[in-house]
Design a protein around this ligand. Structure first.
Ligand code: SF4
Ligand code: FES
Length: 359
């Protein structure tokens, strides 16, 4: 048997900080956030970017929390551009103003993904836990367009906003966005706590699919539609497969195969303070634990899909079954699928619309 060759990662998600002025009830960051005094300093981030470029990473996504909360963001973007890395900023937009926009423009930033909670102004406030959030985001979008930086709008879909999808598409066109990401909520992290208040009905999902089809027919706006796991009978290849394409670095420097990996209790994650990115990617126990197919239990081990979905999502398996190595319960072949079906039924029976917020 030949040992498969592990390629280097394509994308690096640099979570500069967990600090964020918003409090979205579907936040995918860990329940326990890392504090400001634990964050990597500028020089360490630059060393990580050097190592990423040397390994062949192509794209860096600056994220958080809210990455604009870091005063060295522009310096890091400029540095990444000098290393010929494609730079993307994932932001809520509430800290973008004339001054910060100018600095982002000067940094050479390639692309901005701007998140919106809703098109309904009151509901956007309720979802973000932030008063008057929408005018700030609309102003940010205008400044981004004026600076001619390519723009993607992001909406996280859930039962309270799904029926306003046509207005979301209209807003993206009105703001001159090139792309729109319509992503159904993924239920781990804080979203799992709020699942009853977020999970849409099958009828809503049917309408959502129809809205996407109708909008796609119009052309002129690229749509990234992330379908909801719970209504699928096969899981998605989470992160393109564990340790295969994607590397995530937490604010304190822990190197993770995905943003939720730290929820896995018996796993330790090496840090860029002590090891090189290269060593962690290729040799660490955490990246090799679920890489490839050797770790898989039945039915995955003998399944034709195992190199397509790579067994789905380890964090979802953990969140729903208590065991990260279990078959992803989304899969209809999993003996845990009833857990998903029960959650769907409970969400439909529940009148709950109130959210639990972080603070
Ligand atoms: Fe994927 Fe495993 Fe289900 Fe096969 S059995 S479809 S590999 S999750
Ligand atoms: Fe961790 Fe899917 S979010 S493997």
């Amino acid at each position: 048997m030949t040992t498969p060759i592990t390629p280097p990662p394509m994308s690096l998600l640099a979570e500069l900080t967990h600090r964020c002025p918003l409090a979205c009830p579907y936040c995918s960051n860990p329940l326990e956030l890392e504090r400001k005094n634990q964050e990597l300093d500028t020089q360490t981030w630059k060393r990580v970017l050097d190592q990423a470029a040397e390994m062949g990473v192509l794209q860096v996504h600056f994220s958080g929390g809210e990455p604009m909360a870091r005063p060295d963001l522009m310096e890091l973007i400029t540095y990444a551009r000098q290393l010929n890395l494609y730079t993307n900023l994932i932001t809520s937009g509430v800290m973008i103003n004339d001054k910060t926009m100018k600095a982002l423009d000067v940094s050479g930033l390639d692309h901005i993904q701007l998140s919106f909670q809703d098109v309904d102004v009151a509901e956007a406030d309720r979802l973000s836990g932030y008063k008057n959030v929408q005018p700030r985001k609309l102003n940010a979008a205008r400044l981004i367009k004026d600076a001619e930086i390519p723009l993607t709008l992001n909406f996280v879909l859930q039962k309270n906003n799904i029926d306003r999808m046509p207005e979301m598409f209209a807003l993206a066109r009105h703001l001159g966005a090139q792309r729109i990401e319509m992503a159904h909520t993924q239920y781990y992290g804080w979203a799992l706590k709020n699942r009853l208040a977020l999970l849409p009905t099958p009828q809503q999902l049917e309408r959502a699919n129809a809205y996407v089809a109708a909008e796609s027919d119009k052309g002129g706006l690229a749509i990234d539609y992330v379908t909801p796991d719970y209504y699928a009978d096969r899981p998605k290849p989470c992160m393109g497969g564990w340790g295969q394409r994607f590397v995530n670095i937490s604010p304190s420097g822990r190197v993770l195969p995905c943003h939720a990996a730290e929820t896995i209790p018996d796993m330790t994650f090496d840090t860029v303070r002590e090891h090189s990115l290269h060593d962690i990617w290729f040799h660490s126990e955490s990246f090799n634990r679920f890489r490839g197919t050797d770790w898989m239990p039945e039915p995955c081990a003998s399944c034709d899909h195992k190199k397509t979905d790579w067994g789905g999502c380890r964090c979802q398996a953990l969140a729903l079954t208590g065991r990260a190595e279990a078959t992803d319960p989304i899969c209809s072949l999993s003996s845990f699928r009833h857990l998903v079906d029960t959650a769907i039924n409970e969400a439909h029976a529940s009148p709950q619309h109130d959210f639990q917020y972080r603070r």
